[in-house]
Design a protein around this ligand. Structure first.
Ligand SMILES: O=c1ccn([C@@H]2O[C@H](COP(=O)(O)OP(=O)(O)O[C@H]3O[C@H](CO)[C@@H](O)[C@H](O)[C@H]3O)[C@@H](O)[C@H]2O)c(=O)[nH]1
Ligand SMILES: O=C(O)[C@H](O)COP(=O)(O)O
Length: 247
């Protein structure tokens, strides 16, 4: 592994992404900054693990579905385990790489994630967050979850996030420590932003040409949003947000 590639480790949480994960893994692995790609199969009922392994990822599997935040924690722990093993082999103290959190459904567009790493590696930000362009497929949301997350983050930190739910992030070691243990489920991104800012660290949103699978307006999509709303709400309340006290 070259010096540049040792600096970033990708963690890809996945639930039933067998159709998309191979392209995502290959695109991320080809980024010159990325030294490892860890896929966490979060209790998929399809072939996600096998396909990810065949595409070249290190794969860890949850026996049952535990949610995105748990998958990210498992992936981060796996990265540190691999780093410790490397350190022992080389008889040097392990270097903690920055973590690149990547959703499994980005496919080839994950090749554009390199722009997230620069500010973290040069020390000008502790965490970067990708902002996505308009998506080719229209989504079915009304902005309820996004507005909840944006308003809560703003209230708790003063920071206005353009895309507060975006899961594509490059997280430096100090930022990850500040946000650990991660908030559960879909609350993880909102809580990461709050915790990292409250630790006095720097967060930067970076435009990134990504396309992902958007949630529709059918019952499945709305159920998904209800879960997102619950987890974001819980993460904000756990951090002291009290919407019922606002005058
Ligand atoms: O129980 C689960 C469910 C999903 N995933 C994976 O998590 C990623 C994001 O899930 P997805 O269904 O694509 O989320 P979105 O509806 O697109 O959600 C948006 O909002 C989420 C926060 O609510 C963020 O995590 C996402 O990055 C952002 O794209 C994907 O790789 C999934 O396979 C898990 O690991 N475990
Ligand atoms: O579709 C989306 O953008 C997310 O699921 C969030 O939903 P929202 O539109 O209700 O904020």
């Amino acid at each position: 592994m070259g010096a540049l590639a040792a600096q970033v480790s990708a963690v890809i949480p996945c639930k039933d992404e067998a159709d998309r994960i191979a392209a995502t893994v290959r695109a991320v692995a080809a980024l010159p900054q990325v030294g490892r790609v860890v896929v966490v199969d979060d209790g998929s009922t399809d072939d996600t693990s096998r396909v990810a392994r065949e595409a070249g990822a290190d794969v860890v599997r949850h026996d049952r579905n535990r949610g995105k935040a748990a998958a990210l924690e498992t992936g981060a722990a796996r990265v540190r385990e691999l780093e410790r093993a490397d350190g022992q082999a080389d008889a040097v103290a392990p270097v903690r790489s920055a973590l690149l959190f990547v959703d499994g459904d980005l496919q080839e567009t994950a090749a554009n994630l390199g722009v997230l790493t620069q500010a973290v590696l040069d020390g000008s930000a502790d965490m970067t967050i990708a902002t996505l362009p308009a998506q080719i497929t229209a989504g079915g949301g009304r902005g309820l979850v996004v507005n909840l997350a944006r308003g809560g983050i703003q209230h708790l930190t003063g920071f206005t996030a353009v895309q507060p739910l975006s899961g594509m992030r490059c997280v430096g070691p100090r930022a990850f420590d500040a946000a650990t243990p991660l908030a559960r489920g879909w609350g993880v991104e909102t809580a990461l932003t709050v915790d990292v800012l409250r630790a006095g660290l720097t967060v930067l949103e970076v435009p990134c040409e990504l396309q992902h699978r958007v949630s529709g307006s059918d019952w499945r999509g709305q159920l998904h949003r209800a879960g997102q709303y619950r987890d974001v709400w819980l993460a904000l309340v756990a951090r002291g947000w009290r919407p019922w006290h606002r005058g």
